[in-house]
Design a protein. Sequence first.
Length: 139
Amino acid sequence: NAQTISVECIMKGDGSEKDIKAEDNAARLIAWLCDYYGLNPDKHLFTHNYWCNVRNGIKGTVRDLNIWDDGYKKCPIYIRPHWDAFVTKVKGYMKKAEAEKPKPKYYVQVGAFSRKETAEEYLRNVRRVFPDAFIKVIE
């Protein structure tokens, strides 16, 4: 469909380190996509099963349609049995990404000068209290 982004997570289902890493990478990628597009994983994260169940006329919540057996695709077969934990992991990565986002900086202009020398002298005084003060030239 033209409404969603598909993510494929290839796993053997043996619980190996590679399977664990593949699922974790999928959760990280989905968290980033949800954050970037402003999506809520509880409402906007769909499995193949979801779409097959919708196609089959099955009614239910997004969660139910994601985990209920569709009689055909059963995908993602190794994640569906612990779907709620996977969604929680996605949300956890979204919170972590939010906490790591650079905080906005707000600037306060404390002077405007027509002579460079005057600006530099004033900056020396301001830096005694605010060491990160700087001069920005506007032409």
